[in-house]
Design a protein around this ligand. Structure first.
Ligand code: F6R
Length: 609
């Protein structure tokens, strides 16, 4: 939540802020602002709304001769979206931008108010600025002031800070919230996420917890505990194109279309020469898998839904008892952790605060942890005992598609690896699963992507309805959960996912003539029962769409519309159903004119609990 950026160097800083913030908008878009050093002065330009509003302000009052600036795009937490609450915030000699939450801001505000500090906004960030300024007034040393002030702050933060009198210098610190430093030909950068810096450079360095960095036009000095050092620069393999729409109307559509390749990228590094599942590139041996006796998957939102797919395959293929937990609930009602428990945390962003807190909780109990993460070198990836990257590439649309799909594919591959390591499946069966994930799944997904017109037609039948239901059994209930989340978050149509057999225990009373019900059926042996449930809603007038295996003969009267799923393998059927549910959500939101890539009230990376 919230994106921050900064630059110092020899080039014009303001266009860089605008370009970077435009990429970072997926992290929040309630307000936007920059602080630009012009000579000895620091000018603040900020407003409610999106980058366009800031650009309009800058057209009226352009900033020239600025080669050092910080910027911010906000997802509101403390105080609503407004000009006053927009970052950057100034207090005395300090101007800063912040991503995170200062939990003890109230007590700090009272203390600083008693000393005479005045506050212009409702934000916790202004309190942080005031505290740093307060420390700075006594020590007159930016690094010492940042150290002293942050030692008193509880919560999570990544700050980009300018001090009056320090021309061309940006100070940076992070705890809990992500922050990347980068080196370009013409200067040095900071950002919440490397994608914002791809237009300028590929050399980066991820900051550690509580590390302070001092950026000047000449270089970067880092401070961590008592050590002073220079960053170790690495080169990212992301390209600027990977963070652009590439000819698609929306990032979500681009990312839906990238899924066949994304699955291949997530699976292929884990196939050995013999065609068997092999996680040695992740430093995970068959012996490690053999020791696992049960798995607890912990995640949020769609990542948690990927975990629900995980339960099915880990229990069916690997015979490992598996449970899935909502990360924000995990600490309050932790399950028992018998010997042999592996806690698997799943996160596309690698920064989700609830998931991170659950990971830290599991680690505090001494339980082995494994992170399934997309964004490289993020906090969850670093803190988990072991990590498996999903290699989906940057995901910009707020609603996840390729993130979720690669999480599910990796879980499927883990199930095959465990089953093979434990001798539960033969080489031939293991190879069959691997082949299905690496070849049949991408091919089936490609085939589904060709059915755009059908998805458009189905979407048309949903427009105008206030309530929609997705139903399914077993794996299809897991898919329904994701389908329902996708539809509601981007189209704002209320949608519920129900285990098909559960509907008749109460919720069926909501079915009226015309209510859209979408039924998913990827498992042949469950079709008859799901069909009975379809009949139950149909006889009450529901408008039914059936997303169903192509080898099941569907009676004409069963559904108004049928989406046929390839059946080359169980995984191919499941992953092609995924394309259908994502595309239907996309087309519906598109017809309704919704802001698909940036749905209201949401942000991509949820770094608050
Ligand atoms: C929904 C969506 C969210 C995320 C959730 C977890 O489309 O994107 O539900 O799945 O916020 O995010 P990560 O995977 O980054 O931890």
């Amino acid at each position: 939540m919230c994106g921050i950026i900064g630059y110092t160097g020899t080039d014009n800083a303001v266009p860089k802020m605008i370009k970077g913030l435009t990429v970072l908008e997926y992290r929040g878009y309630d307000s936007v602002g920059i602080a630009a050093q012009v000579g000895k002065k620091t000018e603040l330009v900020k407003c409610k709304g999106r980058i366009g509003s800031l650009e309009e302000k800058l057209l009226v009052n352009p900033i020239e001769n600025c080669s050092c600036a910080i910027g911010h795009t906000r997802w509101a937490t403390h105080g609503g979206p407004s000009d006053a609450n927009a970052h950057p915030h100034r207090a005395g000699n300090v101007v800063l931008v912040h991503n995170g939450i200062i939990e003890n801001y109230k007590e700090l505000k009272e203390e600083l108010s008693a000393k005479g500090a005045k506050f212009l906004s409702e934000t916790d960030t202004e309190v942080a600025a005031a505290l740093i300024n307060d420390c700075y007034q006594s020590c007159k040393d930016p690094i010492a002031a940042i150290r002293q002030a942050t030692a008193r702050m509880k919560g999570a933060f990544a700050f980009g800070i300018l001090f009056d009198g320090y021309e061309g210098e940006v100070f940076v610190i992070r705890r809990g919230s992500p922050l990347i430093l980068a080196r370009g030909k013409d200067g040095y950068y900071l950002a919440s996420d490397m994608t914002a810096l791809l237009p300028f450079t590929k050399e980066y360095c991820a900051m550690r917890e509580d590390q302070i960095a001092h950026l000047t036009r000449q270089g970067v000095t880092c401070y961590h505990n008592d050590k002073v050092f220079e960053p170790e620069w690495k080169v990212t393999n992301m390209t600027p194109e990977s963070a652009q729409k590439g000819g698609y109307s929306h990032f979500m559509l681009k990312e839906i279309h990238e899924q066949p390749e994304a699955v291949l990228k997530s699976i292929s590094p884990r196939i050995n020469k013999a065609g068997l599942p092999d996680f040695s590139c992740d430093n995970i041996t068959p012996d490690f898998w053999k020791q696992v006796k049960n798995i607890q998957i912990v995640a949020c939102g769609s990542a948690m839904h990927a975990g629900m797919v995980g339960i099915r395959v880990l229990e069916d293929i690997a015979k490992i008892p598996t449970t899935v937990h909502i990360a924000s609930e995990y600490r309050y009602h932790p399950p028992l952790m018998p010997d042999g428990t592996l806690v698997v945390v799943i996160s596309q962003s690698g920064e989700t605060a609830d998931t991170l807190a659950a990971l830290r909780y599991a680690k505090s109990l001494g339980v082995p942890t494994l992170g399934i993460v997309n964004a490289v070198e993020t906090t969850i990836a670093r803190e988990a005992d072991r990590r498996i990257y999903t290699y989906a590439g940057p995901e910009i649309a707020v609603a996840t598609t390729k993130g979720y799909c690669t999480q599910a594919s990796v879980l499927w591959m883990i199930a095959a690896a465990i089953a093979h390591a434990r001798g539960l499946i033969s080489d031939a069966s293991a190879k069959e699963i691997v082949n299905s994930l690496a070849k049949e799944v991408p091919a089936a997904m490609e085939k589904m992507l060709e059915q755009k017109d059908l998805f458009h037609k189905i979407a048309k039948s949903l427009v105008g309805h206030e309530h929609v239901f997705y139903i399914g059994r077993g794996m299809d209930y897991a898919l329904s959960m994701e389908a329902s989340l996708k539809l509601k978050e981007i189209s704002y149509i209320h949608c519920e996912a129900y285990a098909a057999g559960e509907l008749k225990h109460g919720t069926i009373s909501l079915i009226e003539p015309g209510t859209p019900v979408l039924a998913i059926s990827t498992e042949a042996d469950l079709f008859d029962k799901t069909e009975s449930n379809i009949r139950e809603v149909r006889s009450r007038g529901a408008q039914v769409t059936l997303i169903c295996r192509e080898d099941i003969p569907v009676r004409k009267e069963s559904a108004d519309e049928v989406v046929s799923l390839p059946v080359s393998s169980p995984a191919a059927t499941v992953f092609s159903a995924l394309i259908a549910i994502q595309y239907i959500a996309f087309e519906t939101a598109s017809m309704l004119g919704c802001d698909i890539d940036r749905p209201r009230n949401l942000a991509k990376s949820v770094t608050v609990e």
